[in-house]
Ligand binder design. Sequence first.
Ligand code: SF4
Length: 236
Amino acid sequence: MKIGGMMWDKNYKGRYILIEPTDYCNCNCIMCTRELVGVENPHNTPKGFMDFEVFKAIIDGLEFGSEPLAIKLFWIGESMLHPDFKKMLKYASEKIVDKNAYIDLHTNATLLNKEMIDFMLTLGNALPRITFSLDAQKKCTHEIIRRGGSLDHAKEQIKYFLLEREKKHLLFPRFIFQFIIMEENKDECNDFVKYWADFINENVKISLDEAWGNLNKETRKKVLEENGIYEEFYGN
Ligand code: SF4
């Protein structure tokens, strides 16, 4: 089945604030900051879950101006693990109504469920973008890169998200499929692009800027050229 869709709008740029609901993660990815710096806890403080009252106080203290403010609700952890994450999304989205601000979210998609997706689809332009960090097309590659998460589950949930979004004729959230090119997945980036492009009936692009990990720039470019894929990851 092919569905129509709109991806990220590059006009959403400006100031941002990072709020990390938790630095726990259900995955242990080989390219994660904590893996790259070789420490279990890069913040050098005990891991935890942000108290909802602290979250509220941060949101209440935000200053809005003429430049758009992105409230990025993630960092070195999977926000969906937080038991209050839905409450946080609701609180933040209600606080930024009529403000020049929006929520930005990255997720490994392996903890998504229908209830959360249905809720996110009600948030309108408060949540204009979700990035699904997948980095693999094959299950075995995902198991090597995104250790601990199920690619099958992530794909199933993302498809539900896309289909529901289509059914409801929603403009937001737009979406990005993230694929960081690495030695481990470089042979399947073309299949990844084709798979999602075919499903959403739209171009899916890969960005050289997003390609990091253990490939040097020359190799990344070669991979993209050999696969005949785009140089940019997201569409307009
Ligand atoms: S999903 Fe993100 S935060 Fe979690 S281990 Fe992977 S890269 Fe790190």
